[in-house]
Design a protein around this ligand. Sequence first.
Ligand code: URA
Length: 425
Amino acid sequence: MDAISVIRTKRDRGELSDEQIDWVIDAYTRGEVADEQMSALAMAILLNGMNRREIARWTAAMIASGERMDFSSLSRPTADKHSTGGVGDKITLPLAPLVAACGAAVPQLSGRGLGHTGGTLDKLESVPGWQALLSNERMLNVLDTTGAVICAAGDGLAPADKKLYALRDVTGTVEAIPLIASSIMSKKIAEGTGSLVLDVKVGTGAFMKTLDDARELASTMVGLGTDHGVRTVALLTDMSTPLGLTAGNALEVRESVEVLAGGGPADVVELTIALAREMLDAAGVKDADPAKALADGSAMDVWRRMIAAQGGDPDAALPVAREQHVIKAPASGTLTRLDAYDIGIAAWRLGAGRARKEDPVQAGAGIELHAKPGDPVKEGQPLLTLHTDTPERFEYALQAVEGSYDIAAQGTDFTASPVVLERIA
Ligand code: URA
């Protein structure tokens, strides 16, 4: 077998055989297939696609490139959630302790932000002392004792994906449905969860800009999970505007704690409860009431224990950025658009995200929203507050925010998009 013949097969719109897929993934992981050869193959896949059999085999080969975790020693069923990424998407933070409080175990391997989308680990690292990197034994111990753990995936899990994802990121080959589906599902299946709920984001702030693309991605991933014995369900959810009223690391932790205290923005609460219900159902946990677990403080108790078990101080003050800049509404009326992508880019430019994987992030940087689409606004009222430690970033962030919103005359007909758009099982 050689890399050139595999590339030619896909370049010429052929089907890759099982043997070709197994060989190329294994040889790439071992360094025998060069980065330039794999990037040519990834581009051929992006342009010419893969069928169901090829995607299934590609995913299985990536799982086989590393170790598989095993949670069979736990007394509770496991349930995990994966979001395809968005702006202000802090849902994992209240969701993991909430589902644990309702009786499932939540092994949540999470990532860092890159580009305009935030990452759960960056958000949690704004809690003083909290650690993302745990050994497999420590992860299992936190999961067993608190019911939930949120941590970085170890190096042994789907190493082929780790290498390939970094390569796709710099070769314009991220946005291929077969590659996204196999990348996400290889990690989730290798992680060993019994059930999985996928939050597939749709809209300007998401990878998938249209419902049709989101449906295709969701049904591909649901099929892969089911074939590997993982009960998998997907919700397609709106990402045309940021979730909640904050985008940025410590700002989003603060908002998540508000949700765990029984308050918080309506869209964050709605999506957290909708995903919790799906996870509990997929895990076979009956008679649990996630809304009650938010109201009675039991989800907050798990949050506090989970943060403390990973070295964090749940009572410590969260970092606040040194400088703020308020953007005021230029007119009175109804806010009819606040674009998720533009807000994500502005938060990133303020220091909430990184330009290169090795860059640090600012814990306090980001954006607070003072109105959501559908809300009435008055000329001169605060619309957005920008936060950063480095005020020279304001100008660059303001360029991103310019044109990110529309205000229509009062009384204009407007219906905000529902949070949950569709369910695919
Ligand atoms: N997230 C992943 O883990 N992989 C992708 O390819 C895209 C998003």
